[in-house]
Design a protein around this ligand. Structure first.
Ligand SMILES: CC(C)(COP(=O)(O)OP(=O)(O)OC[C@H]1O[C@@H](n2cnc3c(N)ncnc32)[C@H](O)[C@@H]1O)[C@@H](O)C(=O)NCCC(=O)NCCS
Ligand SMILES: Nc1ncnc2c1ncn2[C@@H]1O[C@H](COP(=O)(O)OP(=O)(O)OP(=O)(O)O)[C@@H](O)[C@H]1O
Length: 204
């Protein structure tokens, strides 16, 4: 069984994934895979350089992520162009990662992705788990964590699926506006349900 975990920027996906990992559940993160496919030498990086120009490539030939971020979150057409280059490759590599994880005979596995619904990755999973927080919490946590100002955090949130639309597609929801204790309880309860669905005993 593959659980797709999603939520907007800074909703807490990595934090929740670590809590599942502590219960023995393996996971793959779409943001990590999206980084792998633009490493030097990868065809996606060459396509990005051809379309966006030298301004998005650093002196040592790597992707200048900040420069590209500033372009694509200010211009939807450019963001769509970037996604046309990256998303098919991300999906292809995720499929291979998930097959490898499933072969490890874990009770179930997690695909963690900010764009599970937006980029067609939901087709790769059996159930969708949404990590839900109000937008104000997302913006505050993004600005506190990343090298991103509040206006850009708002632009990134605006480029993602609206909160209510995401919730409407959820099979399960974790409310991550509450504290870490409440989060741990919700993860333990879901883990019990997922193991029961997979017909396996609970974690010790
Ligand atoms: C624009 C890029 C270069 C910015 O890089 P940066 O290191 O600043 O951010 P990072 O990759 O860590 O992403 C941070 C968050 O931004 C959000 N985000 C990233 N890409 C997108 C997008 N196309 N649409 C909406 N939100 C996005 C996600 O919530 C993500 O978790 C990078 O995000 C990118 O290449 N995006 C396109 C690939 C993609 O869609 N990745 C998302 C997972 S498939
Ligand atoms: N329940 C919580 N209470 C307080 N802070 C939290 C909680 N959950 C997560 N955070 C903090 O919020 C920030 C975002 O969390 P995290 O990195 O897990 O989100 P994410 O959804 O994986 O983000 P992204 O996809 O943007 O990388 C982190 O700084 C994290 O420590």
């Amino acid at each position: 069984m593959i659980i797709g975990m999603t939520g907007g920027i800074a909703s807490g996906k990595s934090t929740v994934a670590r809590a599942f990992a502590a219960l023995g559940i393996p996971w793959v993160d779409a943001d990590d895979v999206a980084r792998e496919i633009v490493e030097p030498g990868e065809p996606a990086l060459a396509e990005i350089a051809a379309h966006f120009g030298a301004a998005v490539i650093t002196a040592d030939g790597r992707l200048d992520r900040r420069a590209l971020r500033e372009i694509v979150f200010a211009d939807e057409a450019q963001r769509r162009r970037l996604e046309a280059i990256t998303h098919p490759r991300v999906r292809e590599r995720l499929t291979a990662h998930l097959a490898r994880l499933e072969a490890q005979s874990a009770p179930y596995v997690l695909l963690v992705s900010p764009l599970l619904f937006e980029s067609g990755q939901a087709a790769l999973v059996d159930r969708c788990l949404v990590i839900d927080v109000p937008e104000s919490v997302q913006i505050a946590r993004t600005a506190a964590r990343d090298d991103v100002d509040e206006a850009q955090a708002r632009a990134i949130v605006a480029a993602q699926m609206p909160r209510q639309a995401r919730l409407a597609r959820a099979d399960d929801v974790i409310d991550n506006a509450a504290g870490e204790d409440a989060l741990a309880r919700q993860v333990a309860e879901l883990d019990r349900r997922y193991r029961a669905a997979a017909d396996l005993p609970p974690a010790p």
